[in-house]
Ligand binder design. Structure first.
Ligand code: XMP
Length: 321
């Protein structure tokens, strides 16, 4: 790999912030840049670094792609407003769902996210703002997994030989690409981001599309979104690295109100990990598991079965797609 990791023990947070904001300022010069904020710790950190370097010459955009968690755009806009950063919400739901139409292969779905994000949405947006640069929060683990051919992370471009200037019309700046998540959290904290952000469990770039097996439709995303909210509410104090809900493609026979219901299956995953490279299932209590199952089957329309993943990564992976 061309990129060299900055190991946690070698990370001087203050120096990192100073160096990276200077690098951004020098690269962008007297122009402006566009910044893709998803609300995760990585893109939030890059937003603050960019803000430090460019101030109002940084245009921060939150893409409402239709596959985010419940109430996410409003929440993120509110968090950054308190930090003095204006965030524009770009409604791109139609473009994303159009790109997902008919796709069920995991890598094709990931490629659809990449193309829609960088070409369809950010292409015209960056051009219109006359920026030459897009800032984004790629981290070291994202690159590593993509280069290893495990999953094509939505935000990996240059490392796959993609010339973003030629393909999309702008250069991509990745100020935190040498850091893993723990390092990013430290930088995030030092940049003044609130605890709810710097301690936020990871969330994938392809968002809930990484948790829908089979075709990603607005209806199917709605199911996994509702289940995600319940899993996050129930497990927020678990101390786990990451917890999520997955919607399966196969249906199973259930029974509700004495009637047959050929219904949906939700799989819950809850992980112990430090860097997402290897992970093990959290030994949740049976009480917690049955409470999850009770709430999901009661509150999420059409769900008749709930399972818990007890496999390790590897050979499992954290997300399902
Ligand atoms: P997997 O599923 O590969 O996930 O075990 C490892 C970690 O990466 C997150 N993830 C992504 N993050 N873009 C991202 O920015 C992506 O395409 C992507 N896919 C997975 C996942 O949530 C986990 O923390």
């Amino acid at each position: 790999m061309k990129i060299k990791e900055i190991k946690l023990e070698d990370l001087n947070v203050k120096k990192f912030i100073k160096d990276k904001s200077r690098e951004i300022a020098v690269t962008v010069g007297d122009g402006c840049a566009v910044n893709a904020l998803s609300g995760g710790v990585d893109s939030s950190t890059v937003t603050m670094l960019g803000h430090l370097a460019l101030g109002r010459r940084l245009k921060t955009c939150f893409i409402e792609n239709g596959i985010m968690r419940e109430a996410e755009p409003r929440y993120i806009v509110g968090v950054f407003k308190k930090l003095g950063v204006k965030v524009e919400i770009i409604d791109a739901k139609k473009q994303f769902f159009a790109a997902f139409k008919g796709l069920s292969d995991p890598e094709e779905k990931r490629e659809a996210v990449t193309q829609t994000f960088y070409k369809t949405v950010f292409g015209p947006l960056v051009k219109k703002s006359q920026a030459r640069f897009l800032l984004q929060g790629t981290n070291y683990t994202d690159v590593e997994e993509t280069v290893a051919g495990i999953k094509r992370q939505h935000n990996i471009l240059a490392q796959l030989g993609i010339d973003t200037k030629k393909e999309f019309g702008y250069h991509v700046l990745e100020p935190i690409i040498e850091l893993r998540k723990t390092g990013v959290r430290k930088v995030a904290r030092a940049l003044g981001l609130p605890k709810e952000i710097y301690e936020r469990p990871p969330f994938p770039g392809p968002a809930l599309a990484a948790r829908v097996i089979g075709e990603v439709t607005p209806e199917r995303v709605e199911v996994v979104r509702a289940a995600t909210r319940i899993v996050e509410e129930e497990l927020k104090n678990s101390g786990a690295f990451q917890y999520l809900a997955i919607l399966h493609e196969d249906k199973v026979t259930g029974i509700r109100n004495n009637q047959r219901e050929f219904g949906l299956q939700i799989e819950v995953r809850c992980w112990e990990s430090t860097d997402a490279v290897v992970a093990s299932p959290t030994p949740l209590s049976f009480k917690t598991l049955t409470q999850l199952a009770d709430r999901i089957t009661r509150e999420v329309k059409g769900v008749v079965s709930v399972t818990y993943n007890i496999a390790h990564k590897p050979p499992s992976t954290i997300e399902a797609v």
